[in-house]
Design a protein around this ligand. Sequence first.
Ligand code: VG1
Ligand code: CO
Length: 543
Amino acid sequence: MTIKTVPTTPYSDQKPGTSGLRKKVPVFQQKNYAENFIQSIFDSLEGFEGQTLVIGGDGRFYNREVIQLAIKMAAANGFGRVLVGRGGILSTPAASNVIRKNKAFGGIVLSASHNPGGPTEDFGIKYNIGNGGPAPEKITDAIFARTKSIDSYKIADAADVNLDLEGTHEIEGMTVTVIDPVADYAELMEQLFDFPAIRKLIAGGFRIVFDAMSAVTGPYAKEILENRLGAAKGSVLNFMPLPDFGGHHPDPNLVHARALYETMMAADAPDFGAASDGDGDRNLIIGKGIFVTPSDSLAMLAANAHLAPGYAKGLAGIARSMPTSGAADRVAAKLGIGIYETPTGWKFFGNLLDAGLATICGEESAGTGSNHVREKDGLWAVLLWLNILAVRKESVLAIVEQHWATYGRNYYSRHDYEEVDTDAANGLMANLRDQLATLPGKTFGALTVETSDDFAYNDPVDHSVSKNQGIRILFVGGSRVVFRLSGTGTSGATLRVYIERFEPDAARHGIDTQEALADLIAVADQIAGIKARTGRNEPTVIT
Ligand code: VG1
Ligand code: CO
């Protein structure tokens, strides 16, 4: 066997977005496209000689090919050991755990998360650092810079590793161990949560249904929910990870997990429904007859986390992304702990978690997690809910209603306009920026703008500054509208409009969300000119 140095030429479009590099599969299949990006990752790192690299992905189309490449390139670049999930499978939170547990130098996670998979759909590559979390902007910027000048990559001229058998192989002095993707993760969950209490709840007739959406969480959910916690066989739906996710979007929201929603709204609904996304880091929580918005779920999990053994000592603080509703802020205020507002994307939580400033973090996009790993974690949120339900012995609906009665309700919705013309989307954002200075003081019906800005984040730990993270328009009384462009899409632009209104009066907590937000939705269009600029009369997805 030998190490080859292969000449290559740069691609200009390898800028990592909110969560790594995501492109259509045919883009990744271009000559040396994946090789360039992987070599650029290695070229942007220092000190990994002889160290461990974790590799895994969500099982989507092209996963196995890129895993073989990454293994051979890691060997050629001098890593000492690779740990790879059997079948090339590692959920994003499980990969984070494997990195931490094995004190790896870092990891490569192959996923385009909630985006569809298949020969003409999406693929992605993300680098995680030694704390198990997504690389911070400093590193992703360096990787992007490197992709623009790369002229060669290194690869071992070796045979493919059999990914389907656990065991150890050797390539150019580097060992490759194929590991069980589920075992370490399941063990971590048993440490954090009261499994006997959840088992007892389920044995007492509490019914759960979990939709793995033909994505990576299937094997994890089967093992944990059915085998270890005793949920009836068949409680985990669509549990086989498929390269094309069965042709669906593995996005656990009310559009793509519609069947689950309908099951949970039926008269004979199970007690608890949940789903996760392509790479297992998101969660959808639906109680019998009630959908829990991710922002509310974050607040409710934080308020009740002490009921689970792993969090019995209480929380150090809560962190949420800026567009996420302020529901968690009210819990933090009551608990007397810190609350941190970060830009969108899990990479911004890493420093807060490492510094012990925050224990629980969340995003409105169905991501919640804690300091147990450095990624959001879909099954973790499901298990924390189950632990809380097992202790409180109340329904999800009762817990939600009591929470609103105690803290008030943050009506919240996100409107996505997908595959919008890129120039139109950029024009809309530029126009909003131009209005920032003149908006404060303006009135729109009963609403008066208090402040408006383009969100910038000053990291309290490393003092790095991230600008242009979303346009915020805050109204007197606490309502707000936020606009930003997605950093994970692969075709055209996706405009996200986040709408929030706080309602303290419990007598007004039963209104339909879109109705409760109708005036803000209209004002958002008035200020941004969404319909006129995008040519769309309504959002593609409402969550
Ligand atoms: C979206 C979400 C964001 C999340 C990111 C990655 O980003 O809004 O909250 O962190 O996806 O999630 P954007 O830039 O498209 O709004 V995952 O589960 O797709 O890796
Ligand atoms: Co995801």
